[in-house]
Design a protein around this ligand. Sequence first.
Ligand SMILES: NC(=O)c1ccc[n+]([C@@H]2O[C@H](COP(=O)([O-])OP(=O)(O)OC[C@H]3O[C@@H](n4cnc5c(N)ncnc54)[C@H](O)[C@@H]3O)[C@@H](O)[C@H]2O)c1
Length: 296
Amino acid sequence: MISIIGAGKVGSAIGFLSASASLDDIVLVNRNKNKAMGEALDIVNVVPKNSTISVTGTDDYENIAGSQVVVITVNAGKIVTDRSDLIQYNIPIIKDISKKIERYASNAKVIVITNPVDVITYCILQESGLSVKNVIGMGSSLDSDRFRYAISKTLHTNQSGIESIVLGEHGNSMVPIFSTVKLDGKAIHFDKNQMTDITNEVRNYWRPLTELKGASVFGAAKHSYDIIKAIMKNESLEVPSSVMLHGEYGISDVCMGVPLVINKNGASIKEIDLDDSEHDMLVKSSNVIKNNIKKI
Ligand SMILES: NC(=O)c1ccc[n+]([C@@H]2O[C@H](COP(=O)([O-])OP(=O)(O)OC[C@H]3O[C@@H](n4cnc5c(N)ncnc54)[C@H](O)[C@@H]3O)[C@@H](O)[C@H]2O)c1
């Protein structure tokens, strides 16, 4: 069973993708019960003909009992300057939901989408007492695809064949890792101006999205779905996502995006080689998140 807490734009899109792939029974939880029930009524029509899964909407957390995956997509407040604007609105909600997860679904894998995702992932771990490998914040994999798109435009090529990862905060201090970028398996050299321009574009991708659309929905939902599917189907998905660090990359006591392998047992961290300047930027990014964690 997959429970999605927050049946808003991203939560319902994740429900749509999961139901159309018949991943498992889906429970949508929203503080507004009618909204959850309405989304469920719509989503249930995409369930394939040979599938036995159910799709339900509720405001009652007892219904998440027995979930293999709990997805957090609740939100209150608006991003004005950066994602950390949401701390004051989302932390009280998240503290409450963490207790409910601890009570009803303490063995679930928790996928966090709510922003600021690194801070929220840390908060859920603190408040719920869940195991570190079971709480994963989605953000860096979406940033990595934004990086891929920006590289494709710079190189005047399509996105296919480009390998690219972004690590660190899902926020303004994120670190595009240029040293590992490959096109068709071959390393690519970028000059300083290209790196500056691409980094700015990736870090600020949310701004035109906010102006033109409101926020990411499909990108966020697809990357979340990939993680849910890897857990439900026990695939070994290699993506960067936010987890608690205990000395990996020389960094501790913070959640941030690092390369992971994700399967039915949750997340395990993969350490990759970075050049010195990338490592310095990653440490700086971890300090930005740590300063925001102090606010919770
Ligand atoms: N990590 C990422 O890469 C990424 C990408 C896109 C969006 N996001 C974040 O995902 C979150 C959701 O975005 P959205 O566009 O779907 O927002 P939304 O406003 O459309 O949906 C949020 C839903 O949460 C519900 N809600 C609020 N408090 C609740 C509670 N206590 N219990 C149950 N439901 C509650 C609201 O009623 C609403 O339906 C935001 O924080 C957004 O910034 C993250």
